[in-house]
Design a protein around this ligand. Structure first.
Ligand code: FES
Length: 162
């Protein structure tokens, strides 16, 4: 049974959404990744406090939930920018120009992999194969998959993410 109290770091709507989701699973922990994604959509990342509260709602220990969150690389356990750029560094993308594309992002954004721009707009992260190898090089920005990415045309792409 979920409860909202004065110490909650989640909003009532988040608690309700996580609780409703958990009800769909025989074992509440089965909802763990989607529950974290619900919270991440509101806050951009999962702080320790929010992780503890989601764990409580799912009747898991914080360590168990943290383990699942760490394994799943689209759950962010540190603050990120308004938009997260994930660059695939697996083999097909590597062959098709990953290094050129990565270096173009470095130059254009002024950050290295793992960093956030000083204006808080973008975080740049590596990721393993995004499943679109036949259209490498491939990246994701937020929930959008972009393939056949041309390093010479980054400005037009980034303008879509203010
Ligand atoms: S190797 Fe990059 S999408 Fe598969």
């Amino acid at each position: 049974m979920s409860t909202v109290d004065d110490t909650s770091v989640l909003g009532p709507a988040e608690i309700e959404a996580v609780t409703a989701l958990a009800r769909q699973y025989e074992a509440r922990r089965g909802a763990c990744i989607e529950a974290l994604r619900i919270v991440q959509r509101s806050h951009g990342w999962i702080s320790d406090e929010r992780l503890r509260e989601v764990a409580r709602l799912l009747e898991m220990s914080p360590d168990e939930l943290d383990g699942a969150a760490t394994f799943y690389n689209l759950i962010f356990r540190r603050p990120v920018g308004r938009h997260v750029i994930l660059i695939c560094d697996s083999v097909s993308c590597w062959i098709m120009g990953y290094e050129t594309l990565r270096d173009a992002f470095h130059t254009r954004l002024g950050v290295r992999l793992g960093e956030t721009t000083t204006d808080g707009r973008f975080t740049l992260l590596p990721i393993v194969c995004l499943g679109a190898c036949d259209h490498a090089p491939t990246i994701m920005i937020d929930d959008d998959l972009h393939h056949d990415v041309d390093a010479a045309r980054l400005d037009a792409l980034l303008e879509r993410y203010p």
